[in-house]
Design a protein around this ligand. Structure first.
Ligand code: PHE
Length: 451
């Protein structure tokens, strides 16, 4: 058996985990989902879901991954040999690959916006025109597919270069840079005329907007944003050393992820109102709003717009890449560890399949707009299927596995590093993993299904 690669330090672990977590989910998905479900009230539900339901599942995955030291499929077979649990492992290999199909499309949008920034496209037109760039771009047949292809090629290239070199080096620079930039944008956005209405929208909860599916959406967003229920955290944890502190890396990841989403929400929403856009405008929201902010920022000084927006889209591209590579990595780990395929063929095969399905997602904003499943376009269907159903289902299975299938002694041993760390919090975490998280998820599933 070959020796497993390891992350170099605790900082590297948190950075790589946060790199997987922080991505388009925070900056692209959170603001528009929050806008669709009414702002402040959704933020409250989302925050609660992240802490009470999502974090315990993060721990469940970490425990399984580090205990078994292999991919999801292998982990289930190893810790519960001869049981049907290995099929749960298989599910969590499929769902990140499904996500990658449409994630890469949105990743492509960032590539396009980087090109547009560098070529001064956002500064050549009056500021009111800027939000309309997105509609024109997205309905053109080839350009979105071209940039989707560029994005997927980048993902495959990084995954091919191996765990340490590719993933670690990338995450370490990109994350802090993005964080600083978002803060700058936040500060500026608040000064825009009309921004106050956006702030009000974010802090004054209107509970009448919380429909039954808002809870499922909040849970789904929490899972999507923390990369949960898909075996990503599990697989990454299999690369964590035995003496690292699982509790600390979980809290570190969850807090940075939540902070990123909230800051992005507060940066985008005031500008949505200032630009006269609708908060419930859907997947294009951030791509309509950000160029508006940059354009305003640099009024009379186009070079400033170009500079800030270029740096921003490079950073968001990096964030999207660190997430996307983690989606592909799960499947690659499976094919190499379990099926003996070499890394190169596994990466190329999976990237190609996701790329092909991604084309359909991309076209669903243009020529395939009329093709719907359950009333949703192909893109929206896949997104809802993954976030609202497959991810929580995967998380449910992981937490039931840890709470009910593994022995409590094993779970404690892994979480507390053999009784040397976090012994006091273990009781609470165990209760959440065994009872609260699974029950909470089932209740939300049933509510979504029947109400
Ligand atoms: N968490 C990532 C983001 O916020 C998306 C993701 C989902 C990554 C599932 C890996 C697995 O962008």
């Amino acid at each position: 058996m070959k020796k497993r690669e390891h992350f170099g330090s605790r900082f590297a672990v948190i950075m790589a985990m946060a790199g997987s977590a922080v991505g388009l989910g925070n900056i692209w998905r959170f603001p528009y989902i929050m806008g669709q479900y009414g702002g402040a009230a959704f933020i409250l539900v989302y925050t609660a879901a992240s802490i009470i339901l999502a974090l315990p599942i993060f721990y469940a995955e970490s425990i399984i991954g580090r205990r078994a030291r292999t991919d999801t499929f292998g982990a289930m077979s190893k810790l519960a040999p001869g049981t049907a649990w290995r099929w749960a492992g298989l599910l969590t290999i499929l769902s990140p690959l499904l996500i990658l199909c449409y994630y890469s499309v949105v990743g492509g949008w960032s590539v396009e916006y980087l090109f547009k920034s560098l070529s001064f496209s956002f500064t050549e037109v009056p500021v009111e025109e800027v939000p309309h760039f997105f509609k024109r771009f997205i309905s053109s047949p080839w350009q979105p597919i071209f940039v989707h292809t560029v994005f997927m090629a980048l993902v495959a290239g990084i995954v091919l270069s191996g765990v340490k070199d590719g993933i670690e080096r990338f995450s370490k620079v990109a994350m802090p840079a993005l964080f600083l930039l978002i803060l700058v944008i936040l500060g500026y956005s608040l000064t825009l005329p009309g921004a106050f209405k956006g702030v009000e929208y974010l802090i004054k909860p209107d509970f009448s907007r919380l429909t039954a599916d808002a809870y499922a959406a909040a849970l789904g967003q929490a899972f999507f944003s923390l990369s949960l229920g898909v075996g990503t955290v599990l697989t990454y944890s299999s690369y964590i050393k035995k003496d690292e502190d699982l509790f600390v890396s979980g809290v570190g990841t969850a807090v940075s992820d939540l902070a990123f989403a909230l800051i992005a929400g507060f940066a985008v929403m005031p500008a949505v109102f200032a630009a006269g856009l609708q908060p419930g405008g859907g997947p294009g929201l951030v791509f309509e709003t950000l160029p508006y902010i940059f354009n305003k920022m640099g009024e009379g000084l186009p070079i400033l717009t170009t500079l800030t927006s270029s740096i921003f889209f490079v950073a968001i591209l990096a964030a999207a890449l660190t997430s996307a590579i983690s989606m592909l990595e799960v499947g690659v780990a499976f094919l190499t560890d379990e099926r003996g395929m070499n890394r190169r063929s596994a990466t190329l095969l999976l990237a190609f399949l996701c790329w092909a399905v991604g084309i359909l997602c991309s076209l669903s904003f243009g020529s395939l707009r009329g093709m719907t499943l359950l009333g949703l376009t192909f893109f929206d269907f896949l997104d809802h299927l993954c976030s609202d159903w497959l991810l929580p289902l995967g998380g449910f299975l992981f937490t039931v596995f840890v709470g009910w299938q593994m022995s409590k002694d094993d779970v404690r041993d892994e979480f507390t590093n053999g009784g040397t760390k976090n012994v006091r919090v273990f009781g609470v975490v165990y209760f959440l993993m065994r009872y609260l998280a699974p029950v909470g998820i089932v209740v939300i599933f049933l509510t979504n299904l029947f109400l």
